[in-house]
Design a protein around this ligand. Structure first.
Ligand SMILES: *[C@@H]1O[C@H](CO)[C@@H](O)[C@H](O)[C@H]1NC(C)=O
Ligand SMILES: *[C@@H]1O[C@H](CO)[C@@H](O)[C@H](O)[C@H]1NC(C)=O
Ligand SMILES: *[C@@H]1O[C@H](CO)[C@@H](O)[C@H](O)[C@H]1NC(C)=O
Ligand SMILES: *[C@@H]1O[C@H](CO)[C@@H](O)[C@H](O)[C@H]1NC(C)=O
Ligand SMILES: *[C@@H]1O[C@H](CO)[C@@H](O)[C@H](O)[C@H]1NC(C)=O
Length: 473
């Protein structure tokens, strides 16, 4: 990183931004848009210059080390051509099958996820993939370094490059956070505990509001299992994205009187135990396995538009605001090889999340917070985050997306999803809702997790829960 003498007036990099861009970890978000029509990229450069770059000055800044070693953002001239990649794909045989194109896309994503950003230029890239796949006529991938902002800011930034497909002049709307996290739809009075029970969604307090007395580390190391190999390396992964209908999930939610997040977490937990049993029939289904749920700690009630986020004194400032919540994956008794009570997973998820909400010391990995407060060395904190992730079995995170169908430069968007790269865990599940669907993305370590089997288990878990909750197939 470049050292500069004069750093007056430069914006400091947030602490989280520093952990995410350290020697220990370099974490990025990949946002993937699937387009309904073939890509005409003649507008791409103009769109990036006129719409994307102005969203936030960090998109045209690099990280530098200023006086006293503090990291700052320094504005630079952006050479847009260096950030936009248009790979070509031609099948060896000339005529290719959809599955060949699908695997080209998958391996391309896996490859760009591994590659570090080039030094000395702003930390984002756009990849335009014209090759049609079974999901889309074309795919656009945004690779954004996590130091630029949290998932919430970055997804917000992406969305502000898009318009509504039905009428570009209308505003994009989001389901209210309340709907996702409250068991009762018309509950207007969202006190602190209810919002916290949303689990993935904004906590009402910011990190600094947590008192010192409750800070206590609660980390153990999970057992080794078919989803946790415990090896210390960043290995290539495979990505699989599946879709659930939000209506189905809402149906279960109303029947069981729980939240949407409880249902989703329950489905993921059941799927994970099903996967363990199917993938390795002798595996211990009572293993100590925890999911690390990424929480957004923003102080807000509803999704804010990016314009509001970058406004001075905004109550939901742009940046990195997150914490971890450790949630145990329910155990299955050896005698219950049939998984006779799928609803148990939803109720257990709900219980665990509610229990955590009542003691904030447990909600947030206290040691991490303490370090963030006291420790000036981002490498040390990054190492701690690194180990926290490695000690657990999986990571789950969720972003609420738009309700309407959107388009980008007149290309209607069929689907969208995101994943986080550069973190050390073996299994990661990320979710975004879009136009009536919930896209669930599984990032799994290649050679250790069978991601096909895992996604099949997700489908089966939803079916089992739907069947038992609503009496449907
Ligand atoms: C696969 O991609 C190639 C190159 O873009 C394209 O010519 C071909 O039609 C695609 N195949 C299918 C089945 O979509
Ligand atoms: C971070 O985690 C990776 C994978 O677990 C490990 O190889 C690396 O040594 C860790 N780095 C530090 C500094 O702890
Ligand atoms: C399964 O894991 C749990 C928790 O670690 C342990 O208590 C139990 O003994 C294990 N069971 C077997 C059969 O290994
Ligand atoms: C499993 O977790 C429980 C607490 O949840 C702990 O008491 C126990 O020692 C753990 N077992 C192993 C083998 O780590
Ligand atoms: C990871 O687990 C080990 C062994 O239980 C423990 O000593 C360490 O403190 C844990 N680290 C974190 C960051 O949770």
């Amino acid at each position: 990183m470049e050292l500069i003498k004069e750093d007056d007036g430069l914006e400091p990099v947030s602490p989280t931004g520093q952990y995410f861009n350290s020697k220990v970890m370099s974490v990025s978000v990949l946002g993937i848009l699937e387009l309904e029509i073939p890509i005409d990229d003649s507008q791409a450069m103009a769109l990036i210059k006129d719409v994307f770059l102005p969203i936030n000055p960090r998109f045209s800044s690099i990280m530098v080390i200023g006086k006293k070693g503090a990291r700052k953002w320094k504005k630079v001239e952006v050479e847009v051509e260096n950030h936009v990649h248009v790979p070509s794909f031609s099948s060896p045989k000339g005529s290719s099958s959809p599955s060949e194109n699908d695997s080209f896309l998958k391996s391309y994503i896996s490859q760009i996820a591994k590659q570090p950003f080039p030094q000395g230029q702003p930390l984002w890239e756009v990849h335009i993939i014209k090759c049609p796949t079974s999901e889309a006529q074309g795919t656009v991938i945004f690779k954004l370094h996590h130091a630029l902002g949290d998932g919430y800011s970055l997804v917000g930034a992406l969305l502000s490059c898009l318009q509504r497909a039905d009428d570009p002049s209308l505003p994009v709307t989001f389901p209210s956070v309340n709907k996702f996290s409250s068991a009762n739809n018309d509950d207007r009075n969202i006190g602190l505990p209810k919002v916290v029970s949303g689990c993935f969604l904004p906590l009402v307090n910011t990190v600094r509001d947590f008192g010192g007395s409750v800070l206590k580390s609660t980390c153990f190391k999970d057992d080794l299992s078919p989803i946790r190999c415990g090896l210390e390396s960043f290995r290539p992964f495979s990505l699989s994205a599946i879709s659930f209908s939000l209506d189905r999930i809402k149906e279960i939610k109303s029947r069981l009187r729980v939240t949407i997040n409880d249902v989703i977490t329950g489905v993921i937990f059941l799927a994970t135990r099903l996967y363990m049993q199917r993938g390795s029939p002798n595996s211990n289904l009572s293993s100590n396995s925890t999911a690390l749920v990424l929480l957004n700690t923003r102080n807000l009630r509803d999704y804010k538009s990016v314009k509001d986020m970058v406004r001075p004194n905004s109550e939901s400032p742009w940046g990195n605001n997150f914490a971890f919540l450790h949630v145990p994956i329910p155990k299955v008794k050896p005698s219950d090889s049939e998984f006779s009570n799928p609803l148990k997973f939803v109720h257990k998820a709900r219980e665990a999340i509610k229990r955590k909400q009542s003691s904030f010391g447990v909600v947030l990995t206290g040691k991490l917070l303490e370090m963030m407060k006291k420790c000036r060395n981002p490498e040390v904190v990054a190492r701690h985050i690194n180990r926290t992730m490695r000690n657990s079995s999986m990571i789950i995170s969720n972003v609420i997306g738009p309700m309407e169908k959107l388009s980008m430069a007149n290309h209607p968007i069929k689907g969208m999803y995101f994943t986080v790269t550069g973190t050390p865990e073996t299994l990661q599940v990320t979710m975004i809702s879009y136009a009536g669907n919930l896209r669930v993305v599984v990032r799994a370590e290649q050679g250790f997790i069978d991601s096909e089997l895992y996604t099949r288990s997700l489908h089966d878990a939803l079916d089992m829960i739907l069947h038992d909750a609503c009496g449907k197939q």
